[in-house]
Structures are given as C-alpha cells and as structure tokens.
Design a binder for this molecule. Sequence first.
Ligand code: C2E
Ligand code: MG
Ligand code: MG
Length: 448
Amino acid sequence: MALRKEIIERERVQDQLKHQVMHDPLTGLPNRSYLRDRIDRALTPSPAESRQFCALLYLDVDRFKIINDSLGHLAGDEVLKEVATRLSGCVRHPDLVARLSGDEFAILLETVEQPADANAVAQRVMDALAAPMPLGGKELQVTASIGIAIGHDHYLTADEVLRDADIALYRAKELGRKRYQLFDETLARNMVDVLTLEGELRAALKHDQFEPHFQPICRLDDGQVVGYEALIRWNHPQRGVLLPAVFLKIAEDSGLIEMIDWRMFELSCERLQQHGPANTFMTINVSALHLRHDDFDARLLQVLARTGLPPSRLVVEVTEGALLDNPERVRGTLERLREVGIGAALDDFGTGYSSLSYLHSLPLRILKIDRAFVHELGKGANTSTTTTTVVAAVLALARALGISVVAEGIETPIQYAALQAMGCDMGQGYWIGHPLRLEHGRRADRPD
Ligand code: C2E
Ligand code: MG
Ligand code: MG
C-alpha cells in the first residue's frame, strides 16, 4: 500500500514537473516547446480530412515596451495576464493559446477550411483586446499585431510555420500595427530584401561607410552661414551615395540605427571641430530610440570630450514623434543636455502631432518649421494665406518663448524673401545650400 502511494506521489511530481517545463509561469499558458509539439502533431497528415489545415496566429502586443517602461514591470505583468485571459476567451478546445516570450503570444487553430476562418479569429482577438483594460486607476488601450500562417502540406516542421507567421507579423507591424496579416510568398521575398539590407547595414557599419553631409543653415537677415545640419549618407560600394529614405526605416526597425547614429555623431563632431568655420553650430538628428536610454546625455558628452567640440556648438534634433513615446523622460534628457550647454531643436514641426501646448514646457533652443509649410509659401496670394497665418503664429509663439526658428526646405528666392519679411530667424534648403561634405577647411567639395 505504501509503495502504491509512493508511486502515485512520484507520478504527481513528474506531472507537475512536466507541466512546469511546458508552461509559462506568469500566465499559466503553454509555452513555446508545448506549442511546437502541438504544431508538429497538427502537421502530420490525416488522410481522412485532406482539405483541412491548421493555422497559426502569431501575436505581438503593440508598444508593450512603452507600457512596461512607463507603468513598471508589475503593471506590465498584469497586462500580459489580462491579454492571456482575453485570448483564451477567443478560442475553443482543441485550439491552443500559448505565450512564446515577453509580449508574444500564439494561437494554434487545429483545423481551418480556408484562410478566412483564421482571419475571422484574428478579428475576434483584435475586438477582444479593444475593450479598455482597467489598470491602477487608469484605463489602458491595448492593441496587437498578428501574423497568420496556414499549415499547408508543404510545411514539414513547426519551426517553418512559426517562421512564416513571424514574417507576416513583421509585415503587420510595418503596415502600422493594430492589424493582422496573412503570410504569402511575396512577403517571404520582401523579407529576403529586408534581411539583405539589414546585413548590408551591419557590414556598412563595420567598414565605416556612413558619413555626414552638412547642410548650411543661414541667418535670413544677412545670409550669413551660422550652422549646419549633419545628414547621414551611405557610401554604398555598388549603389553609390544613398539617402536615408532608402535605409533609415530598416535601420530603425532593426535597432541598428543606434549604433549607426553613434558613429555619425562621432564623425560629425570631429569634422565640424576640425574643418568647420569657427563659431558655427551643428544640429544632429537623434532617433527616438536613443531617448529611451537614461545615459544618452552622458554618452553624448563623451563624444564631445573625445572630439574636442564644445557643447555650446551642438544641438540635438528630436521629432514630435519621439516626444510622444515618453514626454517626461525626453524632457528630463533635454534638460540635462541644456545644463551642460547642448541645445535642443524640435524637427519637422507641424507635420506630426502638432500641439503647441507642450512647446513651453520643453527646453528648446530651436524650432524647425517643416518644409511642407515653406513649400506652400510664395505659391500665390490665395493658396498661401492660411499657411502664412500659421507660420506667423508659430513665429510669434516661438519669439514669446525665446526659441529661434529655422525654416526647412527653402527652394526659391520668393520663399526666402517671404520668411525673411515675416521675421523668421534662420533657414536651410537647396536655395541656400545642398548638404555637402565638410573637409579640408572648405565648406564644400562634393555636392550630393
Ligand atoms: P530632416 O531632419 O527633416 O532633414 C532635412 C531633409 O530635407 C534632408 O533630407 C535634406 O537633404 C532635405 N532637404 C534640404 N533642403 C531641402 C530642400 O530645399 N528641398 C527639399 N525637398 N528637401 C530638402 P535627407 O538628408 O534625405 O534626410 C531625411 C531625413 O532622414 C531627415 O529629415 C532626418 O529625419 C533623417 N536623418 C538624416 N540624417 C540622420 C541621422 O544621422 N540619424 C538619424 N537618426 N536620422 C537622420
Ligand atoms: Mg533634421
Ligand atoms: Mg526636418
């Protein structure tokens, strides 16, 4: 009898261990290994029902990192548990909900007859998540992106299905998140392009193929060049000089932009210090990702120390989008930069989430009016009246707050004159000068 009891106890412990190995402790959901086993089994052909396939929904909670960073890990955990509960409510036995890692979940549908069935579940999941989540007195709006792969006959292993669902998920995020995307072969081909470019970007870093070009910024009243904006260019060994439009998005999505930017900051400071005219300042474009690190200002100071450029000659450009992520943290970073003499500029003003309300609370030295506004100026009396009014209002506000204004993208003498007449301090654009290399003590030796 005692032996029997011991056997039962041992089996219980074994089951418990097995459960632990196959489940995620936070949500209690099956984990990746469990899911892989189940996909492998679902892929085994069943002769009876030949027109039925399994489907895998790969789900990623949008901007979960921000939730986690701003509300804390405990709140983050609560969100994940709630997501797990809501996902489980969207499916029936024998379908399976699993947690893969961090904010990644998956749903395995054992049998679907057509892709539309999987899409319908994806839509149900989006709807289930759409209801506000009460959290610590606040209401959180959680959304997710979903990639779907249908387990057709050509899949041999679970990993292949997971890979394709992941590719579709990447595309869903690329299209702006908060949506689902079904995998198809074109996606796979595009993915190869993305991966190739990503690989090339890594190689470019290694071989030092990024270089700043400097676009002059001039004072509008006397035309004097007072500063430069450092703009990244990629000296591609086969494709020549590439503009950021070609590679910036992939650099940002892959996170490589951080390393690329640091290389740019170093080179830009070095070149301005060594070859730039005395007393000119330089603005550098800072990707939003940097502003999530608390040591950004300290690292930037190290670059200045290494290159010998005085902090007073440096201005960091941030966009309104970067502010949205975490306005408090960004303000903190910009304030620490100001304390050591580094200025801040708000880039592309007027394009994004334009809200004049936060302008006064940020330690800004410069406001850069987006070229879309400048483009409208000087087009003829009628079309430009509203734009003129907006620009005049922005100029007045900036003046009241003690912020200088740089107009971007001045392409014609008419635009120049209009901005000058309105009292805009500074400008940059093809009419004033193209981005150029800054070397050998001269402003320019190779145009774009
Ligand atoms: P941005 O900061 O608004 O930079 C101004 C862009 O306008 C530059 O494009 C510049 O070449 C272009 N531009 C200058 N004058 C004119 C003009 O008269 N007309 C028109 N149509 N365009 C003009 P670019 O160099 O292609 O840069 C595009 C964007 O890429 C930049 O926009 C900036 O957001 C980003 N970027 C550039 N360099 C870096 C970098 O080193 N790091 C990061 N993270 N982003 C960068
Ligand atoms: Mg800029
Ligand atoms: Mg800009």
